[in-house]
Write a protein that binds this ligand. Structure first.
Ligand code: FMN
Length: 207
Protein backbone atom coordinates (compact mmCIF):
# COMPACT_ATOMS: atom_id res chain seq x y z
CA UNK A 1 0.00 0.00 0.00
CA UNK A 2 1.16 3.55 -0.75
CA UNK A 3 0.21 5.79 2.17
CA UNK A 4 0.55 9.51 2.77
CA UNK A 5 1.30 10.46 6.37
CA UNK A 6 0.60 14.09 7.24
CA UNK A 7 1.97 15.29 10.57
CA UNK A 8 0.54 18.46 12.11
CA UNK A 9 1.43 20.55 15.13
CA UNK A 10 -1.03 18.79 17.44
CA UNK A 11 0.38 16.83 20.34
CA UNK A 12 1.07 13.22 19.33
CA UNK A 13 4.35 13.13 17.40
CA UNK A 14 5.17 9.66 18.83
CA UNK A 15 2.15 8.20 17.03
CA UNK A 16 3.39 9.45 13.65
CA UNK A 17 6.90 8.14 14.20
CA UNK A 18 5.64 4.72 15.22
CA UNK A 19 3.16 4.51 12.36
CA UNK A 20 5.84 5.30 9.77
CA UNK A 21 8.14 2.68 11.33
CA UNK A 22 5.36 0.07 11.27
CA UNK A 23 4.37 0.78 7.67
CA UNK A 24 7.97 0.62 6.45
CA UNK A 25 8.53 -2.61 8.39
CA UNK A 26 5.47 -4.02 6.63
CA UNK A 27 6.96 -3.23 3.23
CA UNK A 28 4.59 -0.36 2.44
CA UNK A 29 5.42 2.85 0.58
CA UNK A 30 5.22 5.96 2.73
CA UNK A 31 5.25 9.61 1.71
CA UNK A 32 5.32 11.93 4.71
CA UNK A 33 4.89 15.65 5.21
CA UNK A 34 5.22 17.94 8.23
CA UNK A 35 2.98 20.99 8.49
CA UNK A 36 4.88 24.16 9.30
CA UNK A 37 3.98 23.78 13.00
CA UNK A 38 4.81 20.07 13.25
CA UNK A 39 8.62 20.16 13.58
CA UNK A 40 8.37 22.37 16.67
CA UNK A 41 6.01 19.97 18.46
CA UNK A 42 8.01 16.96 17.22
CA UNK A 43 11.17 18.59 18.58
CA UNK A 44 9.50 18.93 21.96
CA UNK A 45 7.77 15.55 22.13
CA UNK A 46 10.43 13.30 20.64
CA UNK A 47 13.63 15.14 21.47
CA UNK A 48 12.71 17.32 24.46
CA UNK A 49 13.50 20.63 22.77
CA UNK A 50 10.73 22.95 21.57
CA UNK A 51 13.36 25.24 20.05
CA UNK A 52 15.36 22.58 18.19
CA UNK A 53 16.08 23.86 14.66
CA UNK A 54 13.68 22.42 12.09
CA UNK A 55 16.51 20.86 10.04
CA UNK A 56 17.81 19.00 13.09
CA UNK A 57 14.35 17.70 14.00
CA UNK A 58 13.89 16.41 10.47
CA UNK A 59 17.33 14.83 10.32
CA UNK A 60 16.74 12.99 13.60
CA UNK A 61 13.21 12.00 12.61
CA UNK A 62 14.35 10.53 9.29
CA UNK A 63 17.05 8.55 11.11
CA UNK A 64 14.50 7.33 13.69
CA UNK A 65 11.89 6.25 11.19
CA UNK A 66 14.16 4.99 8.43
CA UNK A 67 12.15 6.96 5.87
CA UNK A 68 14.28 7.90 2.85
CA UNK A 69 14.73 11.68 2.73
CA UNK A 70 13.20 11.89 -0.75
CA UNK A 71 9.97 10.45 0.68
CA UNK A 72 9.57 13.42 3.02
CA UNK A 73 7.80 16.19 1.10
CA UNK A 74 7.82 19.89 1.71
CA UNK A 75 4.43 21.13 2.91
CA UNK A 76 4.14 23.28 -0.21
CA UNK A 77 5.29 20.68 -2.71
CA UNK A 78 2.12 20.52 -4.77
CA UNK A 79 4.05 18.63 -7.42
CA UNK A 80 4.20 15.62 -5.10
CA UNK A 81 2.11 12.59 -6.10
CA UNK A 82 -0.01 13.06 -2.97
CA UNK A 83 -1.37 16.34 -4.32
CA UNK A 84 -2.96 14.58 -7.26
CA UNK A 85 -5.88 12.22 -7.71
CA UNK A 86 -4.20 10.90 -10.85
CA UNK A 87 -1.36 9.40 -8.83
CA UNK A 88 -2.26 5.95 -7.56
CA UNK A 89 -1.69 6.11 -3.84
CA UNK A 90 -4.27 4.41 -1.65
CA UNK A 91 -4.68 6.18 1.67
CA UNK A 92 -3.88 9.28 3.70
CA UNK A 93 -3.48 9.49 7.46
CA UNK A 94 -3.21 12.81 9.27
CA UNK A 95 -1.56 11.93 12.57
CA UNK A 96 -1.72 13.77 14.87
CA UNK A 97 -4.37 16.07 13.40
CA UNK A 98 -4.62 19.55 14.89
CA UNK A 99 -7.90 21.40 15.19
CA UNK A 100 -6.59 23.91 12.64
CA UNK A 101 -5.96 21.23 10.04
CA UNK A 102 -9.26 19.54 10.90
CA UNK A 103 -11.09 22.84 10.35
CA UNK A 104 -9.37 23.41 7.03
CA UNK A 105 -10.17 19.91 5.76
CA UNK A 106 -13.76 20.22 6.99
CA UNK A 107 -14.17 23.51 5.13
CA UNK A 108 -12.87 22.12 1.86
CA UNK A 109 -10.17 24.78 1.76
CA UNK A 110 -6.45 24.19 1.91
CA UNK A 111 -3.06 25.78 1.65
CA UNK A 112 -0.59 22.97 2.18
CA UNK A 113 0.09 19.42 1.02
CA UNK A 114 -1.64 17.84 4.04
CA UNK A 115 -4.89 19.65 3.27
CA UNK A 116 -4.57 18.79 -0.41
CA UNK A 117 -3.90 15.08 0.17
CA UNK A 118 -6.89 14.88 2.53
CA UNK A 119 -9.07 16.64 -0.02
CA UNK A 120 -7.89 14.31 -2.80
CA UNK A 121 -8.59 11.25 -0.64
CA UNK A 122 -12.15 12.44 -0.02
CA UNK A 123 -12.91 13.31 -3.63
CA UNK A 124 -11.38 10.07 -4.94
CA UNK A 125 -13.08 7.91 -2.30
CA UNK A 126 -9.76 6.77 -0.90
CA UNK A 127 -9.24 6.00 2.73
CA UNK A 128 -8.65 9.07 4.90
CA UNK A 129 -7.89 8.56 8.58
CA UNK A 130 -7.72 11.59 10.86
CA UNK A 131 -6.21 11.20 14.33
CA UNK A 132 -7.38 14.38 16.11
CA UNK A 133 -5.87 15.50 19.41
CA UNK A 134 -7.31 18.25 21.52
CA UNK A 135 -9.08 18.47 24.84
CA UNK A 136 -11.61 19.68 25.75
CA UNK A 137 -13.41 19.96 22.43
CA UNK A 138 -15.46 23.01 21.52
CA UNK A 139 -18.72 22.88 19.59
CA UNK A 140 -16.79 23.99 16.53
CA UNK A 141 -14.33 21.11 16.88
CA UNK A 142 -17.18 18.63 17.32
CA UNK A 143 -19.06 19.99 14.32
CA UNK A 144 -15.92 19.76 12.19
CA UNK A 145 -15.36 16.15 13.26
CA UNK A 146 -18.93 15.30 12.27
CA UNK A 147 -18.52 17.11 8.98
CA UNK A 148 -15.39 15.20 7.95
CA UNK A 149 -16.94 11.91 9.04
CA UNK A 150 -20.01 12.61 6.90
CA UNK A 151 -17.69 13.40 3.99
CA UNK A 152 -16.12 9.94 4.30
CA UNK A 153 -13.13 10.38 6.60
CA UNK A 154 -12.46 7.97 9.45
CA UNK A 155 -12.07 9.80 12.75
CA UNK A 156 -9.76 7.93 15.11
CA UNK A 157 -9.09 10.12 18.14
CA UNK A 158 -5.75 9.65 19.87
CA UNK A 159 -7.38 7.85 22.82
CA UNK A 160 -5.29 4.98 24.14
CA UNK A 161 -7.31 2.44 26.13
CA UNK A 162 -6.37 0.73 29.38
CA UNK A 163 -8.14 -2.63 29.11
CA UNK A 164 -5.07 -4.24 27.60
CA UNK A 165 -3.06 -3.20 30.66
CA UNK A 166 -0.38 -1.02 29.05
CA UNK A 167 2.87 -1.05 30.99
CA UNK A 168 4.74 1.63 29.07
CA UNK A 169 4.06 4.74 27.05
CA UNK A 170 5.15 2.73 24.01
CA UNK A 171 2.29 0.29 24.70
CA UNK A 172 -0.15 3.21 24.65
CA UNK A 173 1.33 4.56 21.43
CA UNK A 174 1.11 1.11 19.86
CA UNK A 175 -2.56 0.86 20.76
CA UNK A 176 -3.44 3.95 18.72
CA UNK A 177 -1.10 2.99 15.85
CA UNK A 178 -2.58 -0.52 15.73
CA UNK A 179 -6.05 1.03 15.41
CA UNK A 180 -4.84 3.09 12.44
CA UNK A 181 -3.36 -0.01 10.78
CA UNK A 182 -6.63 -1.87 11.36
CA UNK A 183 -8.57 0.92 9.66
CA UNK A 184 -6.17 0.81 6.73
CA UNK A 185 -6.97 -2.90 6.45
CA UNK A 186 -3.39 -3.90 7.25
CA UNK A 187 -2.21 -6.72 9.46
CA UNK A 188 -0.61 -5.55 12.68
CA UNK A 189 1.25 -7.28 15.47
CA UNK A 190 1.68 -4.27 17.75
CA UNK A 191 -1.14 -5.32 20.06
CA UNK A 192 -2.89 -8.63 20.54
CA UNK A 193 -6.48 -9.30 19.57
CA UNK A 194 -8.81 -8.40 22.39
CA UNK A 195 -10.18 -11.47 24.12
CA UNK A 196 -12.56 -10.54 26.94
CA UNK A 197 -12.59 -14.10 28.36
CA UNK A 198 -8.81 -14.15 28.63
CA UNK A 199 -8.82 -10.71 30.23
CA UNK A 200 -11.29 -11.81 32.88
CA UNK A 201 -8.97 -14.67 33.82
CA UNK A 202 -5.92 -12.40 34.03
CA UNK A 203 -7.36 -9.39 35.79
CA UNK A 204 -7.29 -9.33 39.60
CA UNK A 205 -10.77 -9.97 40.95
CA UNK A 206 -12.11 -7.16 43.16
CA UNK A 207 -13.23 -8.21 46.64
C1 FMN B 1 3.66 21.83 22.35
C2 FMN B 1 2.44 22.12 21.52
C3 FMN B 1 1.35 21.27 21.58
C4 FMN B 1 0.21 21.52 20.84
N1 FMN B 1 -0.85 20.63 20.91
C5 FMN B 1 -1.94 20.83 20.16
C6 FMN B 1 -2.98 19.85 20.16
O1 FMN B 1 -2.93 18.84 20.85
N2 FMN B 1 -4.04 20.08 19.34
C7 FMN B 1 -4.14 21.16 18.52
O2 FMN B 1 -5.11 21.28 17.80
N3 FMN B 1 -3.14 22.10 18.51
C8 FMN B 1 -2.06 21.96 19.28
N4 FMN B 1 -1.03 22.88 19.25
C9 FMN B 1 -1.21 24.10 18.45
C10 FMN B 1 -0.91 23.87 16.98
O3 FMN B 1 0.47 23.55 16.79
C11 FMN B 1 -1.26 25.16 16.20
O4 FMN B 1 -2.66 25.39 16.28
C12 FMN B 1 -0.86 25.12 14.75
O5 FMN B 1 -1.32 26.31 14.12
C13 FMN B 1 -1.40 23.94 14.02
O6 FMN B 1 -1.09 24.08 12.64
P1 FMN B 1 -1.07 22.84 11.65
O7 FMN B 1 -2.42 22.20 11.70
O8 FMN B 1 -0.79 23.43 10.31
O9 FMN B 1 0.02 21.94 12.10
C14 FMN B 1 0.14 22.66 20.00
C15 FMN B 1 1.24 23.52 19.93
C16 FMN B 1 2.38 23.26 20.68
C17 FMN B 1 3.55 24.19 20.57
Amino acid sequence: MNVFIGITGASGAPYARRLVQALLAGGHTVGACFSSAAPQVTGQELYGDLRMPREEVIERWLADTGLPAEQLYDSHDFGSPYASGSALWQAAVIVPCSMDTLATIASGAGNNLLHRAASVALKEDRKLVLVPRETPLSTIHLENLLRVRRAGAHVLPAMPAFYQLPETIDDMIDFVVAKVLNLLGLDQTLIGQWDAGMARAELPVAD
